[in-house]
Design a protein around this ligand. Structure first.
Ligand SMILES: NC(=O)c1ccc[n+]([C@@H]2O[C@H](COP(=O)([O-])OP(=O)(O)OC[C@H]3O[C@@H](n4cnc5c(N)ncnc54)[C@H](O)[C@@H]3O)[C@@H](O)[C@H]2O)c1
Length: 313
């Protein structure tokens, strides 16, 4: 198959690219390196990497019409500055609609998207959150623009899968608490841990299911979630353990802020029904893989789209 991946140098995108190349697919990756790194993708005869933006409509039309992908996997997203509404809109709305439009125009058979669980707002009406929970992305520019992109996809008439994600982590993860904890601990700084709970899933567990989606499994929205959440403190402890720090550095506990959700637990039952049973990698193993990556490559920017996490920066 020919597969075009936006955000191919990012955490999710680069792992999916590797799996597709391993089994003989041809891949065209486009990335503007806003949060990704070119070195995440090794040279390969079946891989073309374009360093540019999906916000360029002429470029996207040219790439899609010439490469003729069977599937578009759209992982590119802008989120690194909560106040940068311009770039969030440009990438997540304009760029996303460029890809959807090109898919329709040039007969792409399938489109895979990645939505944030923040589309349900920070005060969800139920736990775990069901797929029919109303969308209420009024908490951040990232959530608003990512939701607009998913809404465009839903009205496009394309055959699509949208994976709604809470926290996907592992090697090459540059956003959220994991790289922030690593960097602060490495610099000998105190970490702040909120009383929030999260469901952390390993990026490779997601990547394997993205490949299944490329092959035709699934239709519509899915929660990619293990169905159980843990206190963020458990992630912190796993980072301390993986870094081998002793004596144990106490973290300062803080109450979560107005723009953060106490828990984001997504109901994965439809995913298990259509994609089959998923053996989720244990958190400690996931964190160890991420820490090994940071030790070699650094954390890049420790970005967060939530203002509360900025306290840790
Ligand atoms: N990781 C998570 O926990 C999580 C949670 C919810 C949703 N998501 C979604 O999953 C997808 C993948 O996330 P990730 O963790 O791999 O993030 P990431 O930052 O590692 O990857 C995103 C990639 O998109 C690229 N990019 C940004 N703007 C671009 C543009 N205009 N043109 C081309 N490339 C551009 C970045 O450089 C980066 O390589 C995103 O759509 C994100 O919104 C992720």
């Amino acid at each position: 198959m020919n597969i075009l991946i936006s955000g191919g140098c990012g955490q999710v995108g680069s792992h999916v690219v590797e799996l597709l190349l391993e089994r003989g697919d041809k891949v065209l990756a486009i990335d503007n390196l806003a949060t990704g790194r070119r070195e995440h993708l090794a040279e390969h005869p079946n891989l073309t990497v374009v360093i540019d933006t999906i916000a360029d409509k002429g470029l996207i039309d040219k790439l899609v019409s010439e490469f003729k992908p069977d599937v578009i996997v759209h992982t590119a997203a802008s989120y690194k500055d909560p106040n940068d509404w311009y770039n969030d809109t440009l990438t997540n709305c304009v760029g996303g609609s460029n890809l959807i439009h090109a898919a329709k125009t040039f007969g792409v058979k399938r489109f895979i998207y990645f939505q944030t669980a923040l589309c349900y707002g920070v005060k969800p009406l139920q736990q775990p959150i069901r797929l029919d929970h109303p969308k209420f992305p009024a908490n951040s520019s990232y959530a608003i623009t990512k939701t607009a992109n998913e809404d465009f996809l839903e009205i496009s008439g394309l055959d699509f899968v949208t994976f709604r994600l809470a926290n996907v982590v592992g090697p090459r993860n540059v956003s959220g608490p994991l790289p922030i904890f690593f960097q602060r601990l490495k610099d000998g700084k105190k970490c702040f841990v909120t009383n929030a709970r999260r469901d952390f899933v390993y990026v490779m567990d997601l990547a394997h299911n993205v490949v299944k989606a490329c092959d035709g499994v699934g239709s519509g929205a899915y929660h990619f979630s293990s169905g159980t959440d843990v206190p963020i403190k458990e992630l912190y402890d796993a980072v301390v353990e993986a870094m081998g720090i002793s004596p144990y550095p106490e973290a300062e506990m803080k109450l979560i802020g107005e723009d953060d959700a106490p828990s984001i637990l997504l109901d994965p039952s439809r995913t298990f029904k259509d994609f089959g049973k998923i053996e989720f990698t244990p958190l400690k193993e996931t964190v160890k893989a991420a820490i090994n990556y940071y030790k070699l490559h650094g954390t890049l920017g420790e970005y967060t789209h939530l203002k509360i996490e900025e306290q840790n920066k």
